[in-house]
Write a protein that binds this ligand. Structure first.
Ligand code: CU
Length: 498
């Protein structure tokens, strides 16, 4: 399955109210103007007719011309770390303000955004295994938000169920136990029917758990351990963000900058890639054709490093890789390139460094434990309604008040997830890190054999996963992580663990 071939969107009946813009849902629009803004070219009717649900939508208005951006103008910023407001023997405390802000995304005018803490990408929360993080979110917007820690093994009260709103002016304290292994997670908005525009406008940030085992491996660390949030966007010619899922968002951002450069030294680096796009999948390669060494997936380290020709990450997935620039002459330029969007990021080997004492050990994870025997199996079917407007899960579109799956606390289940909609989706479970048993009957790719929380379900394909539902009872969701599908086509369901 070639992921790059997919993902023009389908969309929901909620669009077909005829507004032309996607400010819809029951909660009013996002804070930014998101509709067609000025004269220009609209979506191609031929494209739209091919999208489920779109053939009956009148094309209204036009779109402001896209910004013309010169690549490699700015350096890729390093993400700022969140600073604790207090630290105790077993916990770190943070306060993060959810606010309107502006960001210097492209040269020229500032871009209006929604923000955790003021930046386009929220401050990176750095956690340590078995130390709690207590994060107080204050909502300074004029609309509700929900904060979800993606990939976290989190008590239900802090997980960010889509109706667990922080109302305008309100606050909420989420407690993250961090009992799981070292991993690259992220926090993002999850408000019922609004996560897509909210995340698009900037409500995303990274969350990194470390642990003593990983610290002992001597992987590249400190300055040479670089989190990178990759995502796409559509920028109008005045640098404003346009949220219109019917357009092809071709501005690719690395840590919030379009096609930046990043100076590196001739040594090994660890890069933590997160695909923070609403629905775009990346297939990333290096321009000199060399393989990259993937060391971790969503839930932490792989059992052993995997040499891979490309880094494949759908929306919300993470891939950590080590790239060794030690053989590169001073002045070398190496591009990270996507199969669809082309050049994404340019590494400039222009820095100097001392001896590189880091390594990539042949064994990474302490172990990937043998999977416990499953207590039960469950079938999940992803379909498309005949009118083309919704992607039901097991025949039902999302109702936050309904219970779709009842799961015994402490049990281990095998889920068989089958697409009959004829579209590729990706599937995310809250609460757990799971293992992929097989994809269309075949063993998963070696990069997909570690801990996962999000998995691509191929068009008309079948994926089996196994998960153990431990520690925390309560109500959680599982859903398609193509955010427009989750927000607008009902592609979400609930599970109660008890
Ligand atoms: Cu989907």
């Amino acid at each position: 399955m070639r992921r790059r071939d997919v993902l023009r969107l389908s969309a929901a009946a909620s669009f077909s109210a005829g507004a032309g813009a996607l400010v819809l849902g029951s909660r009013g629009g996002p804070a930014l103007p998101v509709g067609p803004a000025a004269e220009g070219t609209g979506p191609d009717p031929a494209d739209m007719a091919q999208m489920p649900g779109m053939s009956m939508v009148p094309i209204k208005g036009t779109v402001r011309p896209a910004a013309v951006l010169t690549p490699f103008t700015d350096a890729m910023p390093r993400l700022a770390d969140a600073v604790p407001t207090a630290t105790t023997a077993d916990a770190d405390y943070y306060t993060i303000n959810v606010q309107q802000s502006t960001a210097a995304i492209a040269p020229g005018a500032l871009t209006s955004i929604l923000s955790y803490g003021g930046g386009f990408i929220g401050p990176t929360i750095r956690a340590t295994r078995n130390r709690r993080v207590v994060a107080k979110f204050t909502n300074s917007l004029t609309e509700s938000v929900v904060v979800h820690l993606h990939g976290g093994h989190t008590p239900a009260a802090s997980d960010g169920f889509p109706t667990d709103e922080i109302v305008a002016g309100g606050t909420k304290v989420n407690t993250y136990p961090n009992t799981q292994r070292a991993a690259t997670l992220w926090y993002h908005d999850h408000l019922h029917m609004m996560e897509a525009p909210h995340v698009y406008q900037g409500l995303h940030g990274m969350y990194i758990i470390r642990d003593p085992w990983e610290d002992g491996l001597r992987l590249p660390s400190g300055r040479y351990d670089v989190p990178i949030l990759l995502r796409d966007a559509y920028l109008n010619d005045d640098n404003s963000l346009l949220y219109d899922p019917f357009l092809d968002w071709t501005v690719v951002l690395a840590n919030g900058k379009p096609r930046p450069y990043f100076p590196v030294a001739p040594r090994k680096y660890r890069f933590r890639f997160l695909n923070g796009s609403n629905h775009r999948a990346f297939s990333l390669t290096l321009s000199d054709g060399r393989p990259v060494v993937q060391i971790a997936s969503d839930g932490g380290l792989l059992a052993a490093p995997v040499s891979t020709a490309s880094i494949e990450i759908s929306s919300a997935e993470r891939a950590e890789v080590v790239i060794d620039f030690s053989g590169c002459a001073h002045g070398t330029q190496l591009f990270l390139q996507d199969a669809t969007l082309g050049q994404v990021l340019r590494f400039d080997v222009t820095e100097s460094c001392g001896a590189d004492l880091s390594q990539v050990p042949a064994q990474l994870a302490a172990s990937l434990p043998p999977l416990p025997a499953a207590n039960r199996t469950r079938s999940i079917e992803l379909s498309l309604t005949p009118d083309g407007n919704y992607f039901p899960i097991n025949g039902q579109i999302f109702d936050p008040d309904r219970v779709d799956s009842r799961i015994a606390l402490g049990s281990t289940e095998i889920w068989t997830i089958t697409d009959v909609s004829g579209w590729e989706h990706n599937f995310h479970l809250h609460l757990v890190q799971f293992r992929i048993l097989d994809v269309n009957g075949l063993a998963p790719d070696p990069t997909q054999r570690g801990w996962k929380d999000t998995v691509v379900i191929p068009k008309n394909g079948v994926v089996r996963i196994q998960a153990s539902f431990t520690d925390y009872p309560g109500k959680y969701v599982y859903h398609c992580h193509l955010l427009e599908h989750a927000s607008y086509t009902g592609m979400m369901a609930t599970m109660v663990v008890a």
